[in-house]
Design a protein around this ligand. Structure first.
Ligand code: 0X9
Ligand code: ZN
Length: 446
């Protein structure tokens, strides 16, 4: 299916509205790559100019980098002066060594002058080792700062629609950001309009689950003048929290090589790192499918909501009684899941169960994924959606993005999948937003 056809399906039957204004594009190669998927998403439909967001200047690795990181023996100021004359900035100095990044000519000069070079690493390798970002081939994925740049750009460009605020801090002190789409209320002001919340990346390595809600937010802003989207925006209170676990996510990419991190970055008393945030929510906390061992990938934490990240989500949701629907993006497996996940019993309220099933079925149609009760995958207590439904009556879903397997799937499916995955999940998300006034209306529309 072409992008145009997908978007035509997405946009229901209402014709396109006028294009949005586009701020100046960030022309850096990295920003170009990062903005590419969504540009295609929109431009190929012949629709809105894409409002690109200014990003900090990137430092791409030159194609033919003639520099080296080196460590040279030097113990006196005189030696260091001479080394400096050869063209070496001394980034680090110890009693008997200096290290820094130099051109190959400096290496030759130092050797000619008789200096002993203990270590030399080509710059391309050095950057791979120490780059605090996604590997270059996955530059389209946004790190924490780039995600924040995107959200700030949306809020600045759309003051009558988008507001940005933090729902709380992570265990390492990073803000957990939310953008709100509401035409009449901003920031933390309460709203009587039915609310929908979209979240991503409870699990650090599931970076695609940050991109999808981010792209949903960008889509809503870019298409705000389309009559169907306008109608949704005027009648709903929509929140997007793309990165619930910012510490884990940044740790996962900190060296330029993925770390396969799942949990948050809590340093447990025995020094094992992390709590599984999707086992830390308060409904049936501590039950099957979660672990009490700190070393476990499904460690549930010492108590329900022990983690600042889940506590922030809890506070956010409990402060907003208008929230009616929730979608938490994870990866991977191509599934649309509904409660219960902590029990293999079905939801007792027959009308709610019917609505959950009908909505999941429809979202599965939009995405091509499989819909089922979460426990059909496996029983696991303490996840977001069980708590949201049990404690707040919210129609809460988990979507597992991307296929299984190594090619175009798994936790690191590559940047090539972003556009397609976003397209179908934006459709499912718009559907969920549209139902948020009364999720039961889905019954009978299967
Ligand atoms: O195990 C999880 O938390 C989710 N899968 S993931 O691979 N992203 O880790 C699935 C949660 C679904 N809920 C339950 N089965 N309870
Ligand atoms: Zn997950």
């Amino acid at each position: 299916m072409t992008v145009g056809i997908v978007l035509a399906a997405l946009l229901f039957t209402i014709p396109a509205g006028p294009a949005c204004a586009a701020p100046a594009a960030d022309a850096s190669p990295r920003a170009e790559e990062r903005n590419r998927p969504l540009r295609q998403l929109l431009d190929s439909a012949g629709r809105a100019e894409w409002p690109t967001v200014a990003a900090p200047e990137a430092s791409p690795i030159p194609a033919a980098d003639e520099r080296y990181w080196i460590m040279v023996r030097a113990s006196t100021p005189q030696e260091r002066t001479r080394i400096s004359e050869a063209g070496m900035p001394m980034d680090e100095i110890t009693a008997d060594k200096v290290s820094g990044i130099v051109h190959v000519n400096t290496v030759k000069q130092l050797e000619a002058w008789g200096f002993k070079i203990d270590r030399r690493i080509p710059m391309t390798e050095y950057a791979q080792q120490f780059l605090r970002d996604f590997p270059p081939e996955d530059a389209a994925y946004r790190n924490y700062q780039e995600m924040l740049d995107t959200l700030q750009g949306l809020a600045q460009a759309n003051p009558g629609l988008v507001s940005l605020f933090s729902i709380g801090k992570s265990i390492a002190g990073r803000e957990i950001w939310a953008v709100r789409f509401n035409t009449t209320e901003f920031g933390a002001a309460p709203s009587a309009k039915p609310g929908a919340v979209f979240m991503g990346t409870h699990h650090a390595r599931e970076h695609l689950s940050t991109e999808v809600p981010l792209l949903l937010a960008q889509y809503l802003a870019a298409n705000q003048d389309r009559p169907d989207i306008r109608k949704l925006l005027e009648t709903r209170d929509v929140y997007v929290i793309p990165l619930v676990n910012p510490d884990g996510s940044e740790y996962d990419i900190a060296t330029g090589k993925y770390k396969w991190q799942r949990k948050n970055m809590r340093v447990n008393p025995d020094k094992y790192i992390g709590v599984d945030l999707n086992r830390n929510y308060g409904y049936l906390w501590g039950g099957p499918g979660s672990s009490g061992s700190t070393w476990s990938e499904t460690y549930r934490g010492p108590s329900a909501f022990s983690e600042p990240e889940t506590q922030a989500v809890k506070n956010f949701i409990e402060a907003r009684s208008n929230l009616k629907t929730l979608l938490s993006f994870h990866s991977y497996s191509e599934l649309v899941l509904y409660p219960w996940g902590g029990s293999d019993k079905p939801i007792a309220n027959a009308k709610d169960l019917q609505a959950f099933q009908a909505i999941a079925r429809q979202m599965a149609k939009f995405t091509g994924y499989t819909d089922e009760q979460a426990s059909a995958l496996y029983v696991a207590c303490g996840d977001t959606t069980d708590w949201a439904y049990a404690s707040r009556g919210i129609f809460a879903f988990t979507i597992e993005l991307t296929p299984k397997g190594s090619s175009g799937g798994g936790f690191y499916p590559g940047s090539g999948v972003i556009e397609k995955v976003a397209q179908v999940n934006i459709q499912a998300s718009l559907y969920l937003i549209s139902l948020s006034d009364d999720p039961h209306q889905a019954i009978g529309k299967r």
